[in-house]
Structures are given as structure tokens and as C-alpha cells.
Design a protein around this ligand. Structure first.
Ligand SMILES: Nc1ncnc2c1ncn2[C@@H]1O[C@H](COP(=O)(O)OP(=O)(O)O)[C@@H](O)[C@H]1O
Ligand SMILES: [Mg+2]
Length: 365
């Protein structure tokens, strides 16, 4: 079932100073389609958990509406909302077996014993927990415990699954594995899912769409590709991955219908970008967003900028560079397959160029 937020705002009283108020969530609007997987991504304190708790009903919005399955649910308590929260693995009951943990929700609903057994077996198979039903949770690995927590949420067939940083207790390798598991399981059940994380790789792996938040505000909503390659502003570009910002100005704006824009960069080099969604004005200041892997380096100079290599880190499959091109910050570049492409040493002169399609124009200086 779909979830919709309309202008949801949450203002808290600041516990340390009763006269001060904290706007944890500021006019957040979002439409999550049936079966879609959407993540809230942003730095700590940006309002992710509060938004999730408002959807689950554990928190009441100060203003705005929450819709689930086509109805306003503001006045409906959490246990009547048909949502299920996946907690971190430690939330499973230590004194119950794995099978009892997984079947717990159905037992609460008073379902027949043999029916519960059948449902539990079915879910455990999908979760790759087949032979572990009789174990106690402390006899499971961290990843298996996490799958039990997920199975327990999924067995109730909720309309909406809610996750709040469910993998933060696991080690890095397991986290990577569980991301894929969560995505696989969500797809096989087709349950609308809303996932909170501060980890961009996690958000990119599991999500159909990502909502990037900062200080209670939505900064951008888009697919992982849009968020990374077509960020809406400097905050999103900087928060997701590593980035170069090159400032410049429009010297010939898009002819009507063509979307071709010529930009002049500091130092005087020019480049034409085709098919951009303007409109751009002549003389307008812009910021070009270019990811380090989209830069091309040229031995001896040339390209848009020329500078001196100040950092060169050989990592086998790739080389990371910083190149001082007289800007505010050094230019970050990553090149792959150094055995084939060659590499630069600290002190080498290098030209910096980039492919136009891999770069993105922000209409802000
Ligand atoms: N119960 C509360 N009382 C007062 N302030 C709160 C409360 N819960 C959260 N906040 C504040 O709201 C902001 C957003 O918090 P939260 O939603 O937990 O962020 P996130 O999950 O993105 O880290 C923070 O400034 C936090 O301190
Ligand atoms: Mg949180």
C-alpha cells in the first residue's frame, strides 16, 4: 500500500531549554508508491527517525497529514496502522526459539497452531533460516539474528515495512551482505518499505528512490542515479560520495530548444554542454559538479585546467590523486586500471579534463 506525507512538520520542545524549540521535520511531503522501497538518507540529527516514527504512529506530527493506503491515519494508533518496524537484531526475544520468535506475531493474533507452523516454515525458507528453527537466538550469528528480526516483521504481512538503521550493529562485511538480503526479501514479498540510514552505499543498494534530508528538510528525492549523477544542490552532491565543484559562468546560453550551454571556467577555458535543462542566462554564475572518476588526466597539461599532482595513492585497481590547479581546493581525481592507463607521481604536471555527459550544472555560483 502507498504511503503519503503531506507537509509534515514536527516541532519538539528543547529538553535543555524549555523556551527553545527544535524543528525536527520541516514541511516534508512525499509519495511512496505501493511496493516501492524508499530510503531516508542524511546526517545524524536531520530528522530521519522522527519522520519514520510519525509514519509508524509512535510520534504525532505537529502539523501535516500522514496517509497509508489512501486514508489519513493521523488519529490511528501504531498497532492499528498495518505497519511493521524492523528493529536491530537485539530486539528478538532471547528466551524463545527462532521459530517461536518468527511466529510470535501470528500467535498474538490468535491464529491456529498448525497454521502458524506452516507460515513460519514458509518464511524461514525464504530467509535461508531453514534448519535453525529450534535454536535459541544466542546460538545464531549476527546476520542470522537480523534475518530472524526481518522474518518476524514480514510474517505479519504488513502493508508497510519500516526500518531504522537495522544494520548498524553488524560488522562491515555482514552489513553488505544483509543489504542485498533485505532488498531480495522486500522484492519477493513486494512490501512497501521505508528505510532510514546515514550510510549512502546502503541506501543506494536497497532503494528504488532516496530522500536526502538535512536539518529537517528534504534536499532531494530521486533514484540512486539521479541523486549521485544529477544532484539538486551542493549539499546533496557533497553528502553523496566525493565531488569536485568548478565555478564558471555561462557565455552562450541555450538556443531555444537545443539545451546547449557554453561555460567559461576560471582561467578562461571554455566547454560546451549539450542537452541541459535550463533555462540559463548569459553571464549567469554556475557550479559544475564532477565526480573524481569522471575526470581525465593528461600528461604535461592541457584540458580545462592544468596543475601539479600533490597526492598520488596507488591502490592496485585504481589511483587517487589530488591536483593543485590554483583553485580553493585541490581537484580530486580517480583513475582505474593503472597498469594499462599509467599513473602520475607527486610533482608531475597534469591537465584535467572531463566528459560533458558525466558532469552536472547547478544554477548557483
Ligand atoms: N523527543 C524529542 N525531544 C526533543 N528533541 C528531539 C526528540 N527527538 C528528536 N529530537 C531532535 O530532533 C532532531 C531530529 O532527530 P532524529 O529524527 O532522531 O534525527 P536522525 O534520526 O536523522 O538522526 C534532532 O535535533 C533531535 O535532537
Ligand atoms: Mg535516527
Amino acid at each position: 500500500m502507498g504511503v503519503k506525507l503531506v507537509d509534515v512538520t514536527k516541532v519538539f520542545a528543547d529538553q535543555s531549554n524549555p523556551d527553545k524549540k527544535v524543528t525536527a521535520v520541516n514541511k516534508v511531503s512525499l509519495d511512496v508508491a505501493d511496493g516501492e522501497f524508499v530510503s531516508f538518507l542524511g546526517p545524524s540529527g536531520c530528522g530521519k527517525t522522527t519522520t519514520l516514527r510519525i509514519i509508524s504512529g509512535f510520534e504525532y506530527p505537529t502539523t501535516g497529514e500522514v496517509w497509508i493506503a489512501g486514508k489519513v491515519v493521523n488519529d490511528i494508533p501504531p498497532n492499528k496502522r498495518d505497519t511493521s518496524m524492523v528493529f536491530q537484531s537485539y530486539a528478538i526475544f532471547p528466551h524463545l526459539s527462532v521459530a517461536q520468535n518468527v511466529g510470535f506475531g501470528l500467535e498474538l493474533k490468535g491464529r491456529a497452531k498448525n497454521e502458524i507452523k506452516k507460515e513460519v516454515e514458509k518464511i524461514m525458507e525464504v530467509m535461508n533460516l531453514n534448519d535453525l528453527g529450534r535454536r535459541r537466538p544466542d546460538q545464531l550469528s549476527g546476520g542470522q539474528q537480523q534475518r530472524v528480526a526481518l522474518a518476524r516483521a514480514v510474517i505479519n504481512k504488513p502493508s508497510v515495512l519500516l526500518f531504522d538503521e537495522p544494520l548498524s550493529n553488524l560488522d562491515a562485511k555482514l552489513r553488505e551482505q544483509m543489504r542485498l538480503e533485505i532488498r531480495r526479501i522486500q522484492q519477493s514479498f513486494g512490501i512497501t518499505s521505508i528505510y532510514v540510514t546515514h550510510d549512502q552505499a546502503e541506501a543506494m543498494t536497497v532503494s528504488d528512490r532516496i530522500v536526502v534530508m538535512n536539518e529537517g528538510n528534504i534536499m532531494q528525492t530521486g533514484t540512486p542515479f539521479e541523486i549521485y549523477s544529477r544532484p539538486a544542490n551542493r549539499f546533496v552532491a557533497d553528502f553523496i560520495g566525493r565531488v569536485n565543484f568548478f565555478t564558471g559562468r555561462v557565455v552562450s546560453p541555450d538556443m531555444p530548444g537545443t539545451g546547449d550551454v557554453e561555460i567559461e571556467f576560471s582561467g578562461g577555458s571554455r566547454k560546451t554542454f549539450t542537452g541541459r535543462s535550463g533555462p540559463f542566462k548569459n553571464g549567469q554564475e554556475i557550479t559544475l559538479v564532477v565526480r573524481p572518476e569522471s575526470l581525465r588526466l593528461k600528461g604535461g597539461g592541457g584540458g580545462i585546467f592544468t596543475g601539479t599532482v600533490t597526492k598520488s595513492v596507488y591502490l592496485g585497481q585504481l589511483v587517487e590523486y589530488e591536483i593543485d590547479c590554483d583553485g580553493d581546493k585541490p581537484v580530486l581525481a580517480v583513475t582505474y586500471d593503472p597498469a594499462d592507463q599509467g599513473f602520475f607521481k607527486i610533482g608531475d604536471k597534469a591537465g584535467v579534463d572531463f566528459s560533458a555527459p558525466a558532469s552536472h550544472i547547478l544554477p548557483e555560483g
